[in-house]
Design a protein around this ligand. Structure first.
Ligand code: SAM
Length: 260
């Protein structure tokens, strides 16, 4: 979905460093680290370029690079646990995660694989306005493509994309799990990293409630929506208020790490 303006005056949680990590030093550091993504197979930077060229992700390049770097870091550190993505849409960020991980590491991708469910009273006016566009058939997709939520069952095309990128699902331990998180998301073992990209309050909140108990020490949550949608931000603030043992880090997006 197209990005709204960043929230200008939303409350900042107590422990969140203010700098969004987009300054020159941060960009140079990311570029130097990103060069490492070319090493080994597959070439993750090439996957990111292709994802962007084929208009498969709403994330910008810097966010996709940071996501890949976080996955590579947990492989280097030897963290145990599966990867999770909550919010796949056309599959772009999931392809990048799959390319960056070790082929045998389990990766569970959750989505309705249809249109996004409605927001709730916990979301703000920005979300309600966006959802009314979607509901009324007025939303357009990336670069003017048809909006993904109007394309029917997205699971077969997403599976085909994994194969076309040389990352077939089964050989790469990737599962596409269709349905509402409320019904389907029940991790059963350790989680090393979760990419939470599902926009609305209730969706982000249910992910946090279900995933965080399984997050290993040193494991990360990466939030796409903290700076974009009021409800996504509020869900993070509400969940972590008064909880110790987590470090908040600003990369291109908010990352929360369970302290070791
Ligand atoms: C912004 S899109 C994900 C974008 C994707 N990560 C990318 O690279 O472009 C958000 C996705 O979250 C999914 N979603 C949101 N709430 C959900 C819920 N409660 N259950 C299942 N899927 C949900 C929507 O169906 C949608 O596909």
């Amino acid at each position: 979905m197209s990005r709204p303006r960043p929230l200008a005056s939303a409350a900042t949680p107590e422990r969140l460093p203010p700098a969004p990590g987009q300054g020159l030093a941060a960009r140079l550091r990311r570029r130097r680290l990103a060069l490492g993504l070319r090493l080994g197979a597959p070439d993750v930077l090439a996957v990111i370029e292709r994802v962007k060229r084929e208009r498969l992700s709403y994330l910008d390049r810097a966010s996709l690079v940071d996501l890949a770097l976080a996955v590579r870091a947990l492989e280097r550190e030897g963290l145990e646990g599966e990867l999770i993505e909550a919010g796949c849409a056309l599959g772009g960020s999931a392809l990048v995660m799959a390319a960056a991980k070790a082929p045998g590491r389990a990766f569970a991708v959750y989505d309705t694989f249809e249109t996004i469910p409605p927001p709730s009273a916990a979301d703000g006016a920005d979300v309600l306005e966006r959802y009314s566009e979607i509901r009324d058939g007025r939303a357009s997709g990336i670069g003017g493509d048809p909006y993904y939520g109007y394309q029917g069952d997205l699971r077969p095309p997403v599976a085909a994309r994994f194969a076309a990128f040389g990352l077939p699902l089964e050989a790469n331990a990737v599962r596409l799990i269709k349905g509402l998180y409320e019904d389907q998301l029940h991790p059963q073992g350790p989680v090393a990293l979760a990419h939470i990209d599902c926009d609305w309050y209730d969706s982000v909140r249910v992910c946090l409630e279900r995933i965080v108990p399984w997050l290993v020490p040193g494991g990360r949550l990466i939030f796409d929506d903290y700076d974009h949608w009021s409800g996504g931000r509020q869900a993070v603030d509400d969940f972590f208020r008064g909880r110790d043992g987590f470090r908040f880090e600003r990369h291109s997006r908010l990352q929360v790490r369970r302290e070791a």
